[in-house]
Design a protein around this ligand. Structure first.
Ligand code: ADP
Length: 775
């Protein structure tokens, strides 16, 4: 080769290398006799490994493929095949096993040499594949992909738009999109701006616009959930999913829920109405049985009547239970928060239950921790319901031995006192595998329980739910055959106020003669007769009005001590009649206490009764003792009414209450009414009181607060045992002040009322002592 040719070759070689071109050439034998140096760079093989037959062996994916190509080249050179005039793509195998995409161009030189030139197109090919893949994805997914510019004009829309909404891409390009999917142009503008703001300014509009109801081409509406993100070159991408089915399901679900709630409400109302309807005649059955029992009867008749009364009462309590459960389940049970005497409440329950315990010859014991506060805020009715249930069960499931109720003070926070009530029995017990089920509705620990002991399995369910509502808890421990203990903890708000001593019904027998003039406004005839008979037995004169209007007319003509007013009546209801009596009649008439009588009442109804001016309320069917208490409280016992005497109400109010400072009921019960024990207790307490007065004097003079604290603390339990409820809050207050040495400036005011009350207490107790000694 001439120098010039050599230089030319070198130059071409350099150039080929520079521009990364693969060049191979071969002759009619098919052996490769030239490979450009760029081929070495692209394939990783050295030129030596590509020359001759090695090219066909190494640069192809399989030997067969290489030999096929080689044969084709030989054929071309021999004129047996035609050369491809178009560029074609074929992979080149590299030394490391990977491959590169090469675009080949073949040609034949003048001296019959085959030359193939290859350009590495791998990188381009990759982007091309990605492009194809993304296009396939965009076409195949069920998502609408829309690219819009900063003005909200649609630049690109995936085919899914047509599938989902029916519009062709053409129909929605540019600002046509906003016109076709929204009927209201203002709404369209608002949403468009919100999206643009969200995407480009990052405002928080996203959630508002993430779901939209848009119109399809055939006029239907579809719910689409959109996801927005910023695209390239001031564009944004909206990806939309069709959620119409999901939304429709939600709507259906909501509808179903509403229907279910409605039918639940109907069920609750049905239960409430049914209970009410059953109660009214039942009330008459029980009431008349009561009255019959007071007449002369043979032993047999009395026995039958007792059974009848008993069954009536069981039915009544079952109805109450079902009603309570329905109310509890629909969160409709209202909880009261009133001040009441806890000790008295418990004592009354025990008294009631003692009758049952005596019938079964079981002991019923009550232990009250003296630190338990007397006056608390809470719901006495619900507490009674809970305790009656638990003690009732304890007695029911105990055949011999005892039931012991222990009330313990647990702890005190600023306003609350936590009190535990423990009901322990020596009864049949509960099997360990059943212990967790006893609080379930209609469950009894043994299948034969109902047959042997009666009951429905609702009691504990209600108890548990009530306790939860009162923010307390209940636990049970039991040993089969040995007995059970139910423990409940309940919080009560402390009542710091002075306690009223007007617990009128105490000690008053319902056989008393009241001698009141009463107006009974009631539409139900049986109730009229029942109440009238009952009231007349108490020597009361009873007028009857059948509805509100008749009632008002009677009050216009006559004067009464008390009006018993039914709330629901035809023609004019009790509220309206009360309003007229309170506002439109003479001053004296307006002062007559009106008592609401009601069978099924909510707190709201009671509030309304108070709002129109009623003084109190009584539930039907009323217990004889409740009715009696109400009459005594508002009518005054044995007061003599002078017909049309205008001063009657004031006179009643002016009658001084014979206030007692002590209440020995608890003590008498505790001492089993044994006078000797009671005498000892009173004597000891009188001594303690004297000591207390001496220490009080001394401590105040010396300002020895610790000494005073010790003294008040020591006397405190006895004060509650002797039922000196007027003194309790004072001693409580003094103890606190002495203990923390606070508010001591006006301490003399408190100590002097304390001394004054103790003076009265001493007189009362000394009189009591005299009575005991004389007995
Ligand atoms: P009921 O007493 O009407 O059957 P409860 O809900 O009050 O329903 O009680 C459910 C069940 O728990 C009772 O049937 C009884 O098997 C069991 N049980 C409750 N209290 C006691 C107890 N003190 N001793 C033994 N078993 C009890």
């Amino acid at each position: 080769m001439k120098n010039k040719d050599l230089e030319k070759l070198k130059f071409s070689e350099l150039l080929l290398n520079e521009i990364n071109l693969i060049v191979i050439s071969c002759d009619t034998t098919g052996d490769v006799n030239y490979v450009s140096s760029a081929t070495e760079k692209i394939s990783g093989y050295s030129i030596d490994n590509l020359i001759g037959n090695l090219w066909w062996e190494n640069a192809f994916f399989s030997k067969e493929e290489g030999q096929l190509y080689k044969k084709n080249v030989i054929d071309i050179l021999k004129g047996n095949a035609t050369i491809s005039t178009k560029p074609y793509e074929r992979k080149l195998k590299c030394k490391d096993g990977s491959y590169r995409w090469i675009e080949w161009r073949d040609s034949i030189t003048d001296n019959n040499k085959f030359i193939s030139i290859g350009v590495d197109i791998s990188d381009w090919k990759k982007t091309e594949i990605i492009k194809i893949q993304s296009e396939t994805i965009i076409k195949s997914v069920d998502l609408m992909i829309i690219v819009s510019n900063k003005e909200g004009n649609v630049l690109f829309a995936s085919p899914a738009v047509e599938k989902m909404l029916g519009y062709t891409v053409e129909e929605i390009l540019g600002d046509k999109w906003w016109k076709v999917i929204y009927d209201n142009p203002f709404q369209a503008l608002k949403i468009k701006n919100a999206i643009i703001d969200y995407v480009f300014l990052y405002t928080k509009e996203f959630t508002d616009i993430s779901k939209s109801k848009i119109k399809t081409k055939n006029g239907d509406f579809k719910w689409i959930e959109w996801q927005y993100s910023k695209g390239l070159d001031d564009t944004y991408i909206s990806i939309g999913t069709d959620i119409t089915n999901r939304i429709n399901e939600q709507i259906e679900l909501k509808k179903a829920k509403e229907t279910a709630e409605k039918s639940l409400k109907v069920k609750d109302e049905f239960i409430a109405n049914m209970s009410h309807e059953i109660r009214t005649p039942l009330n008459a059955v029980i009431g008349f049985t009561d009255l019959l029992l007071e007449t002369g009867l043979s032993t047999e008749q009395r026995e039958y009547l007792e059974i009848m009364k008993n069954s009536g009462e069981i039915l009544n309590s079952l109805i109450s239970n079902v009603l309570d459960l329905a109310k509890l389940d629909s969160n409709k049970l209202e909880i009261e928060n009133i001040s009441f005497n806890l000790h008295k409440n418990i004592y009354d329950i025990i008294k009631l239950m003692k009758i049952r315990a005596d019938e079964k010859s079981i002991e019923l014991n009550l232990i009250i921790d003296p630190n338990t506060p007397t006056q608390v805020f809470g719901d006495p009715t619900r507490l009674n319901q809970i305790l009656l249930n638990l003690i009732g069960n304890a007695i029911k499931f105990t055949n011999e031995g005892s039931v012991t109720v222990t009330i313990k003070y647990i702890e005190e926070t600023k306003d609350n006192t936590l009190i535990s009530f423990e009901i322990l029995d020596t009864g049949i017990g509960i099997m360990s595998n059943k212990i967790n089920t006893v609080f379930g509705a209609f469950t009894q620990a043994k299948s034969d329980t109902s047959r042997i002991y009666g009951g429905t399995g609702l009691g504990l369910t209600i108890v548990k739910k009530l306790i939860k509502l009162l923010n307390g808890d209940i636990t049970v421990k039991s040993k089969f055959g040995e007995g059970s203990v139910f423990t409940l903890n309940l919080p009560f708000k402390k009542d710091h106020k002075t306690i009223s001593l007007s617990e009128i019904e105490n000690g008053i027998s319902t056989d008393n003669k009241l001698g009141l003039k009463i107006l009974l406004v009631e539409d139900n005839k049986t109730n009229q007769i029942l109440a009238k008979t009952r009231l007349e037995r108490w020597n009361c004169k009873v007028d009857i009005a059948n509805n509100g209007i008749e009632g008002v007319k009677k009050v216009q003509k006559n004067m009464y001590n008390i009006i018993l007013m039914d709330i629901q009546m035809p023609v004019m209801d009790g509220y309206e009649a009360t309003e007229i009596i309170k506002n439109d009649l003479s001053k004296n008439k307006s002062k007559i206490p009106i008592i609401a009588m009601t069978a099924y009442t909510s707190k709201k109804d009671i509030q309304r009764a108070f709002d129109v001016g009623m003084s109190d309320y009584i539930f039907k069917p009323f217990k004889t003792s409740d009715l009696f208490s109400i009459l005594v409280k508002y009518g005054g016992s044995k007061s003599n009414l002078i017909e049309n005497e205008p001063q009657i109400v004031e006179e009643k109010n002016e009658q001084p209450n014979k206030e007692k400072y002590t209440d020995l009921k608890y003590l008498k019960e505790e001492s089993f009414n044994e006078n000797a024990i009671l005498k000892l207790l009173i004597e000891q307490f009188l001594k303690d009181l004297n000591d207390f007065l001496i220490v009080l004097d001394l401590g105040l003079e010396e300002k020895n607060w610790d000494l005073l604290h010790g003294a008040t603390h020591k006397i405190k339990p006895s004060i509650s045992m002797f039922g000196i409820s007027k003194l309790e809050p004072i001693i409580h207050d003094l103890t606190n002040r002495f203990r923390h040495k606070v508010n001591l400036d006006d301490i003399h005011k408190l100590t002097s009322s304390c001394v004054e009350i103790i003076g009265y207490v001493k007189i009362e107790l000394e009189n009591e002592l005299k009575l005991i000694i004389n007995e």
